[in-house]
Design a protein around this ligand. Structure first.
Ligand code: OXC
Length: 313
């Protein structure tokens, strides 16, 4: 067995795999499945101040031939106080650290939620979601560098301890440069999670000639294998540009091979979304073994042996 343990934001994970926020993490029942799984950590569904039902169904579907998924959930969640209570009851002596995702609909909302978690003085780690593409009328903060800098200039000093942010995919080198210039201003911004779904794709059924999901005329975030190469680029771009910070890789992890590639690109931990949704929590044990077998075959003992060591020509 190879050692696939890691640390993230100063906390130890027995293995680098956990859920992407939003999948298997909205209710305590979901989170119990994550605790009982072979994941190395767990993260809660992005919370807003108030409980939200989210968008009308159908709002998630896998796409044919295992290429991925499309979703327009619309931030359905139990409201931040539900996750604060969960975090207060969580067993921090367990080997599995708890991450909390917050996705305020305004800076004031994010301040209110962050304050509540800071005041509770809990060991859980915050991941601020700047990249939900599915709330009608709410452009993604992650594509507004000025707004992101303003938000971080308020939240980073408020949170004080290490925290992370969830980013949308960027597709232009200038945007990697601009975003990194903002992130490097905040010392306790310990990690960035790349990528959230590729926003506003459209899946259409050939036979019925209908969009596959109901919200927003069928427009929704794309995930799964088809976004792997964009995810790897974002992981590596920020690994190169954010010295001293860590990257959580997410996007397209369907087996140990893609998890290996995310680490090679620079990831310190790897989240799984679509494959977890489709396969269930058993996916963690499968992918952990597949990754370990790959490392043994390649002669790597730990993730540090190859993290960020993608070769260029
Ligand atoms: O940040 C998010 N990304 C997604 O792809 N979907 C969810 C959502 O719609 O709630 N949120």
């Amino acid at each position: 067995m190879a050692d696939i343990s890691t640390t993230l934001a100063g906390v130890k994970l027995p293995n680098l795999l956990f859920n992407a926020s939003g999948v298997c993490c909205q209710t305590e029942a979901d989170l119990k499945l994550m605790v009982e799984s072979e994941s190395g950590a767990l993260i809660t569904k992005s919370a807003t101040v108030e409980q939200r039902d989210g968008n009308p169904a159908p709002r998630y579907t896998p796409l044919p031939n295992g290429i991925g998924s499309i979703n327009s959930m619309g931030l359905p969640n139990e409201g931040y106080e539900y996750y604060l209570e969960y975090a207060k009851k969580y067993d921090y002596n367990s080997e599995k650290p708890l991450f909390i995702s917050l996705s305020g609909l305004s800076l004031d909302d994010n301040v209110k939620m962050c304050k509540a978690f800071v005041d509770a003085k809990l060991p859980c780690v915050l991941e601020i979601n700047y990249s939900c593409p599915n709330v009608p009328g709410k452009p993604q903060m992650g594509y507004d560098m000025e707004a992101m800098e303003k938000s971080l200039s308020v939240l980073a000093p408020l949170i004080k301890k290490p925290f992370g942010i969830k980013l949308p995919p960027y597709f232009d080198i200038a945007h990697f440069d601009q975003a990194a210039a903002v992130f490097n201003k905040f010392d306790n911004l310990a990690f960035v999670t790349c990528i959230n779904s590729v926003g506003n794709g459209l899946a259409i059924d050939f036979v019925t000639e209908q969009a596959l999901i109901k919200p927003k005329d069928g427009f929704g975030g794309l995930g799964g294998l088809m976004v792997l190469n964009t995810a790897l680029a974002n992981v590596n771009a920020f690994h190169r540009r954010l010295p001293g910070k860590q990257i959580v890789g997410v996007g397209g992890v369907v087996s140990g091979k893609e998890a290996f590639l995310h680490v090679l690109a620079g990831a310190s931990a790897v989240q799984i979304g679509t494959m977890l949704k489709e396969e269930g929590p058993g996916v963690f044990a499968r992918i952990a073994k597949e990754l370990s077998d790959i490392m043994v075959a390649k002669g790597y003992k730990t993730l540090e042996d190859f993290r960020g060591k993608v070769k260029t020509l």
